[in-house]
Ligand binder design. Structure first.
Ligand SMILES: [Zn+2]
Length: 152
């Protein structure tokens, strides 16, 4: 039986100030059996992912063993501290850059080439200033008509 194979061992563990019962060690780390691993403190990689988390560069602090019935063998899963886990990145930095570029493209005026600071109208692709200039209106002058011609 597995119980005889892995006797209870009190040991220092990373997730508690007090010594906790373990099932010995595996690869130099405390070994836990299914049911004794504190679910609110420790999680496997798969459990972290289910919570939208990732180990975040930390080393495993323990191993969890369970019997895989289908493969008829023991499986060891790394356990990580939930407190040190990091949120899963929703997008990679490259994806963020691509998105920012796409947004910038929609703000660029085709006449002056400047970032208008807002999405320029699709029909003209011009900022308000350039569009007014093309209409023969000086945007810097206090035109009567300029007030209601202003877009955005
Ligand atoms: Zn412009």
């Amino acid at each position: 039986m597995a119980g005889r194979q892995y006797p209870w061992v009190l040991a220092d563990v990373a997730w508690s100030a007090a010594q906790e019962f373990t099932r010995g060690t595996h690869l130099g780390l405390p070994l836990l059996s299914w049911g004794i691993a504190p679910r609110d403190l420790l999680a496997t990689r798969r459990q972290l992912r289910a919570r939208g988390l990732r180990p975040g560069g930390q080393e495993p602090v323990a191993y969890l063993y369970f019997r895989c019935r289908a493969a008829e063998k023991k499986v060891y899963a790394e356990l990580f501290l939930i407190s040190l886990a990091k949120p899963h990145r929703p997008a990679t930095p490259a994806q963020h850059t691509a998105l920012a570029k796409a947004n910038l493209g929609r703000r660029l005026c085709r006449s002056c080439g400047r970032d208008a600071g807002y999405v320029v109208p699709l029909e003209t692709r011009q900022c308000t200033n350039c569009w007014l200039l093309d209409q023969g209106i000086d945007p810097t002058a206090e035109h009567d008509g300029a007030a209601h011609l202003q877009v955005g």
